[in-house]
Write a protein that binds this ligand. Structure first.
Ligand code: ASP
Ligand code: MG
Length: 425
């Protein structure tokens, strides 16, 4: 008898029907002889609605109170799910994150899990219960305040519980059939990936793929917990994310050369114009950005013009941090010494990911050829060992993603990718 952790996203439990459907599925897993721990997100768009409500009473709601409010969303779905399971004749108990032993630091709205002590979950399982745990929340170690892990944090809760309970697998149920070679909303011919390594999945997640959050995959890799991403709307096998390729029937799934194409339109580009080309300039620019607690992504410095000795430095960052970054740089303008700032939020990033590019020459050339054939102009380039990313105009992104996807032979001949819910979470 094994232990499985199953996580259901908001779109899977959007209404009473959804909750009853999910309850049946959970009971099936229990009937198959497993101990089952379920992590559940808030119903549908509840979290967004609660945030809207908070902003109506206060433009900048206090972090502690916002966490208190948002965690109520998951309390609703966990209690309803436990009721639905009991109605099917099985034992179930629901637990808040705090009751489940999810201990975090005290950074409200984006807390990190520092320990998981699932004593009560163990006891509930030993007594024959299906344990339902509210996702995305915990309790801070020092102040004992309720915290949340940041948007989409329920996946991390699930993986953390799977690690603490030594589960065989963490199943993440969502509204798509698994991880695709590109966003199925953009590429109709995107293919479901049967298996992907933690490394490639981490690159896809940090390049804009929204199926799994980077933090959750990072956690799974650290504790070596296999993740199975699948749809709660179908019975199909989804995507396995793990350290070693899996066996499917008598077929061994091979490591693909290219895992997929990710895109991201949530970033903006800042260009610092007229920077003196001398030691220490980049350091002062990025110190100012770092002191404002802003994470940057790509950085490019141009060659300086011989006549002026001045250069330009461009970098990308989340659009949500744009204002803060401009303010921080403006404040240091004379000290740093630059002419002006340019802000551009009409950009998009396209990334090709795959461990195979380490050993296959020509991947970079084919990538640029595909973009050029599609008439897409490249503004910035960055690479890692297993990823190439470019920045283009935001308008060019869908076309560019499709072109690259085709060029690397990733298009499926068969069925079009199915999206069952609305949001992809
Ligand atoms: N309900 C939370 C959110 O929407 C957590 C989650 O769904 O994982 O961000
Ligand atoms: Mg959600």
């Amino acid at each position: 008898m094994g232990l499985v952790v199953q996580k259901y996203g908001g779109s899977s439990v959007a209404d009473a029907e959804g909750i009853k459907r999910v309850a049946k599925r959970i009971v099936e897993a229990k009937k198959n002889g497993n101990d089952v721990v379920v992590v559940v997100s808030a119903m549908g768009d509840t979290t967004d609605e609660l945030i809207d409500l908070a902003e109506q009473v206060s433009p900048m709601p206090a972090g502690r109170e916002l966490d208190m409010l948002l965690t109520s969303g998951e309390r609703i779905s966990m209690a309803l799910l436990a009721m639905a399971i009991k109605n099917l004749g099985h034992k179930a108990q629901s637990f808040t994150g705090s009751q489940a032993g999810v201990i975090t630091d005290s950074v409200h709205n984006k807390a990190r899990i520092i320990d998981v002590t699932p004593g009560r979950i163990r006891t509930a399982l030993d007594e024959g219960n299906i344990a339902i745990v509210a996702g995305f929340q915990g309790v801070s170690q020092d102040k004992k305040d309720i915290t949340t892990l940041g948007r989409g944090g329920s996946d991390t809760t699930a993986v953390a519980l799977a690690a603490a309970l030594d589960a065989e697998v963490c199943e993440i149920y969502t509204d798509v059939d698994g991880v695709f070679t590109a966003d199925p909303r953009v590429v109709k011919k995107a293919r479901k990936i049967d298996w992907i390594s933690f490394e490639d999945m981490l690159e896809l997640a940090s390049s804009g793929s929204k199926v799994l959050l980077h933090r959750c995959v990072e956690y799974a890799r650290r504790y070596n917990i296999p993740i199975h991403v699948r749809s709660s709307f179908s019975g199909l096998q989804g995507t396995w994310v793990s350290s070693k390729p899996i066996q499917q029937g008598d077929k061994k799934v091979e490591q693909a050369i290219i895992s997929g194409v990710a895109h991201d339109t949530s970033e903006a580009k800042i260009t610092v114009v007229g920077v003196p080309d001398k030691p220490g300039e980049a350091a002062s620019i990025f110190r100012a950005i770092a002191d404002a607690e802003i994470n940057i992504d790509m950085v490019v410095q141009n060659v300086s013009a011989a006549s002026t000795g001045l250069t330009d430095i461009s970098f990308t960052l989340p659009k949500t941090e744009g204002r803060k970054a401009i303010d921080a740089l403006e404040k240091g303008r004379t000290a740093i010494g630059f002419d002006s700032l340019r802000y551009d939020d009409q950009i998009g990033k396209i990334s090709l990911v795959g461990a195979g590019m380490k050993t296959n020459p020509g991947v970079t050339a084919s990538f640029f050829e595909a973009l050029s054939d599609a008439g897409v102009n490249i503004e910035l380039i960055s690479t890692s060992e297993i990823r190439i990313s470019v920045v283009t105009r935001a308008d060019d992104v869908p076309e560019a993603v499709r072109a690259v996807h085709s060029a690397f032979g990733l298009d499926s001949e068969s069925d079009e990718a199915v999206v069952y819910g609305g949001t992809g979470r």
